[in-house]
Write a protein that binds this ligand. Sequence first.
Ligand SMILES: [Zn+2]
Length: 201
Amino acid sequence: MDMQKIGAFLAELRKEKKLTQDELGEQIGVTNKTVSRWENGNYLPPAEVLLILSKFYKISINELLSGERLNEEHYKENAEEYIVVDLMKKRKEAKKRLVISFVVAFITILAGLSIVLLSSLLVAPIWLRILYIVFSIVVIILGIGVCCVLTVDAGVYECPVCGEKFVPSMKNFISGAHSFTKRKLKCPKCGKKSFCKKKLS
Ligand SMILES: [Zn+2]
């Protein structure tokens, strides 16, 4: 994305409407300084502002981000570029989910173990201790479940036999033995079961 070009285009659109930076800022609820930063290409307006501007100027977001009015052919080209940007965003999102799931897994195991430890230290009737242990096992299973949901479609797995990249089904995913970066999965293309490496895209 060419920030300078987008900024210049934003300024051009504003001038077409015969508005000052002040007046535009007032209309969309930001300061004239903010408008100036966008137009200088220092900042890209946030997504919600892009939406407002696109309605305000009756222009597509695609065109706003391209920094020009587009004809149909160009429009397609640029749309493809934004699909790529979108993919990059998804990749980032997947990374974030992986980190969260590791944190959840860590806390879950810590919580489960501390409950077990607590129950062994407590002078409590045997049924209460058993209840504690059952509870802690449920906590651990729930935590692992949350992690599975978070990570199953965060990124893809690559089959080492045929190189196919795929998202495993939840059942396949949960039942597969795994290490930190690999998981034993059945490849949907060649049907071989092997340790597939996790890839982010
Ligand atoms: Zn395969």
